[in-house]
Design a protein. Sequence first.
Length: 250
Amino acid sequence: MLRRARARSGLTRAQVAFRIHRSTATVQRAEAGRTCPTWPVTREYAVVCDVDVEEAELLWKAARRPPGSGRLTPAPRLALVRSAADLAAALVRVHEENSRPSLRRMEERAEARAKEFTPLSRMSAWRIVNRQLLPSSVRQLCAYLAACQVPEESFPAWIRAWHGVRAHEKSLAPARPAGGAREHRWIAMAKARETMQERGLRPLDSYPGEHTPWAARCLGCGQLSRFRLASVREGAGCPVCEAHSKHSAA
């Protein structure tokens, strides 16, 4: 596609490289097709060679998908996302469009940008990819997008869609009296996090319940594990630190 676009434009590789502020070698690699160029290079190439950017993006995403990956999940454009189901489908679709990275790879990518956004555990990534969970915050949404290597320039559109879904879901929710069950749950969540932190564990997800595994990182050794709050209350802690303590004592 890139080579044909350049041929139609009448530009040489050197001229394209100059206009997109890249090296001629980068342009040659992009046209060779042995590896998929980055989206910024593809986008700049499309602009310089007068190719429709949306069409270029669709072709770029198709080129990134592994062979035999199957059909993509039907999902509306971000501007048309209204409901939680719409957003969930769009999040699955973007994972598919970006080569279906493994949960481990997603966790690593999010961890590399945790200071900008927030960590993303493998369990949270799995729940989002399987439509069992929507990102609980803008920071978690951005962490998921970064884990899927979505171009950062599209983050604002995703954030608008996320806020729109939150507003839509809130408008559908029945009015609740002040306090009551919601306040009780908030207190339970705060106490649960406090209990985990007292044991040197930093939770990475929303509180799932007392007997459900909860992803947390040990503040001592940095190990990521899953813990049941009920077990933590009974004295359970980081398995790595506990094993190290036993070894040292021996």
